[in-house]
Ligand binder design. Sequence first.
Ligand code: NAP
Length: 282
Amino acid sequence: MTAQLIDGNALSAQLRGDVARRAQALRAQGITPGLAVVLVGDNPASQVYVRNKVKACQDNGLHSVLEKYDSSMTEEQLLARVESLNQDPKIHGILVQLPLPSHIDAQKVIEAISPAKDVDGFHIASAGALMTGMPGFWPCTPYGCMKMLESIGYELRGKHAVVIGRSNIVGKPMALMLLQKDATVTICHSRTKDLKAQTLQADVIVAAVGQPNVLTADMVKPGAVVLDVGMNRNGEGKLCGDVDFAGVRQVAGYITPVPGGVGPMTITMLLINTLQAAERSA
Ligand code: NAP
């Protein structure tokens, strides 16, 4: 079997077309959806991420503000900036790019963002809303994975999903979203005794670890859907995921590539969350 690709670029293009139309409809009512992106310090990867987020806003009719601060910015100063963005009627979504310099308590900053503008979905109120099935913003990366499953018409009810990774931004919310769609969910992590025994049971596997080749072909049930969240550099410095793509695609039913899989979906879901924040405020 050769797995079918779930193309994150193509799906993103389709969804962003819808974002652009919804943004235009809001602009016609006098509301331009606005995202503020705050970057503290000069982490090179973060600089690329924020640039891509701002460009995606501009390309799809959203207003965006990029605020860059020196790594010497204090926690107090950052909290004050967040508070002023909370009050700014032109800003519907606030994103503080992580990681923050070590002298700033990232959780404290996230909790300072108004839940109504928490388009990253990292605020404890957003996490609680997801946990209890209430309306709220879903973290963009797992939300993008759910959209990918939806795009292939995959029925999760009664299926066994295995999520590898338990971070607050990917693994845990991913597991909750799958559970909400009636999948039976197993969460694996670095202390899981026999990862292969778990993944071999899975109809859906989400790999969110940050290590190349965590999932190899011998660990995958034929026909399973494999979503690769990982973003790593291989020995040659090329971008790769957590999944041995060449091997696993021979066994899986569907697979997401890296690059061109989950990555573009993350930014697309950020646009969708921002638009939703603006629509709610309207
Ligand atoms: P993280 O916070 O470092 O979490 C990694 C998780 O993997 C942890 O729960 C860890 O377990 C688990 N783990 C580590 N080694 C393992 C192993 N050998 N077997 C099973 N589980 C293992 O990372 P993250 O923020 O969730 O991100 C994960 C990956 O996704 C990274 O490559 C990141 O760059 C990527 N990412 C991509 C996007 C995107 O847009 N495509 C967005 C976000 C993240 P413990 O909890 O026991 O330590």
